[in-house]
Write a protein that binds this ligand. Structure first.
Ligand SMILES: Cc1cc2nc3c(=O)[nH]c(=O)nc-3n(C[C@H](O)[C@H](O)[C@H](O)COP(=O)(O)O)c2cc1C
Length: 447
């Protein structure tokens, strides 16, 4: 299966398959749009396209990668084997190609623009400091090595050409900025909205700082990334993107930015963050704006999949691993395996907890439990876990390191929720014949 190499081809594909839900009822970009999306994420979790966003020059797409299967489709990979396939791709590199036909340059504004008018003013959470770009990928070149980095960064839309962006080490963009600032130089940045899916994933992944993310995204989509020279900054940008916002991060300038609702459902409070002065807004004539809610399904898929590839790498040599899910949040995971030895679950738990700093709660289940279904996982804990012997506890291990909450992310816990091999028959799950073909709607009396 070939990968879909642009955001637009992904939207078109979801539309053709009837997966994309279109919403033409007018919505307010301040809170209402996100409230509708959040309600959808809690129900059917469909990808959404809002076509009548008040005051917005563009339709707004959101929850596009809210399902793992859509990410797999976008990358041309099978959903059931997404993690081992990504592990096999590793850091595959493919040089990008520079093209002259660039939909993202159909409309070019290098003056007279206003980020508070020309960009949809989406406000996400109750206490947010106004409208933010929440699905912008910052492209920058390392000031000395020239290596291209791509990372997701929230951007506060102040007005005119003025935006604020948080870019802190250890994030690579923050490291780039520090080098630029030491020589007193503004750092050119291009913010890509509606990016090729492989670039969306690489921007959410911890790619080694020595690896060029355009080449990595090309490797992952098994086709060179189509790039075009930016209009006002010395960078190349994805030619098929929906929007590109070009500008410079000012050296030695910080402004109060925040609060902004973040992925643990709290807020990152006001902090002194960088100023990005915009020099151009370029876009497709019919550009679709992309919005991602921190901590929502799409954010969780983008951050969780690369994390679980790291976990897969560590646990795959230890047992017959069937799948890894991350229901709830990404500070843990559920690993399903077909065990051949009762010692395997504990070895897998220890390896998974050590695979990433953020891993705090790992559950191992048998292959007949769906690791993506929290109810099924809780069922396995209730019916198969032995609290007196089935817990791996690591005291004092550091976890998610953000300063305001790190005190609670100390220690790690693993639960073996697999049935003992000797009792396999006792624990065999009963089946309900015919259930696969039954739809309750066909049985209800009409209301
Ligand atoms: C939708 C989305 C938004 C994100 N926003 C931020 C952000 O505002 N600041 C930040 O430091 N990391 C943010 N991240 C996480 C980074 O993109 C992620 O840590 C990435 O790996 C950093 O890349 P690096 O390898 O260049 O350091 C976000 C991730 C996603 C998926």
């Amino acid at each position: 299966m070939p990968a879909l190499t642009s955001f637009r081809s992904l939207i078109d594909s979801l539309e053709r398959s009837g997966t994309l839900r279109s919403i033409s009822r007018p919505v307010d970009p301040r809170h209402e749009l996100i409230a509708v999306m959040r309600a959808v994420q809690k129900a059917g979790n469909e990808p959404l396209l809002f076509t009548a966003v008040a005051g917005s020059p563009s339709p707004v797409a959101t929850n596009i990668l809210g399902r793992r299967e859509v990410l797999a489709l976008a990358l041309g990979l099978e959903p059931q084997t997404l993690l081992p396939s990504l592990l096999a791709l590793g850091l595959a590199q493919l040089d990008p190609m520079i093209v002259s036909d660039a939909p993202v340059h159909e409309v070019v504004q290098t003056s007279g623009f206003d980020v508070a008018r020309d960009i949809p003013q989406v406000v996400h959470s109750e206490r947010d400091a106004g409208a933010y770009i929440s699905a912008g990928i910052c492209i920058a070149r390392h000031p000395t090595t020239g290596i291209v980095n791509a990372s997701w960064n929230r951007i506060q839309l102040a007005g005119g050409d003025h935006t604020r962006v948080r870019m802190m080490p250890p994030q690579h963009l923050g490291q780039y900025q520090r080098v630029a600032e030491e020589s007193g130089e503004p750092m050119p940045v291009a913010v890509v909205i509606g990016a090729p899916p492989a670039l969306m994933l690489s921007a959410a992944s911890k790619i080694p700082i020595e690896a060029d993310e355009y080449r990595t995204a090309g490797g992952w989509q098994r086709e060179p990334l189509r790039l075009v020279r930016a209009k006002t900054v010395p960078l190349d940008v994805p030619a098929d993107a929906e929007f590109v916002i070009e500008g410079h991060v000012l050296p030695h300038v910080r402004e109060a930015e925040g609060p902004f609702g973040e992925f643990t459902d709290g807020y990152v409070e006001v902090g002194p963050n960088h100023v990005l002065k915009v020099s151009a807004i370029t876009r497709r004539r019919d550009a679709i704006y992309h919005v991602i809610l921190a901590g929502g399904s799409e954010d969780t898929v983008l951050l969780g999949v690369p994390l679980m590839v790291d976990v897969w790498k560590k646990v795959a040599p230890l047992a017959d691993i069937r799948d890894i899910g991350f229901p709830g949040h990404i500070f843990g995971c559920v690993i399903s395996l077909a065990k051949t030895d009762d010692l395997q679950p504990k070895a897998v738990l220890e390896a998974a907890l050590a695979a990433h700093l953020w891993m705090k709660l790992v559950v191992v289940v048998d292959a007949d439990v769906d690791p993506h279904d929290p109810q099924d996982v809780l069922w396995a804990i209730h019916t198969r876990h032995r609290p007196d012997t089935g817990i791996v506890r690591i005291e004092n291990a550091a976890g998610f390191p953000r300063a305001d909450v790190r005190a609670v992310h100390r220690g790690k816990i693993g639960l073996d929720a697999t049935a003992p091999l000797a009792m396999k028959e006792t624990f065999r799950r009963r089946r309900f014949l015919g259930i696969e073909t039954i739809s309750p709607e066909d049985y209800f009396d009409p209301v």
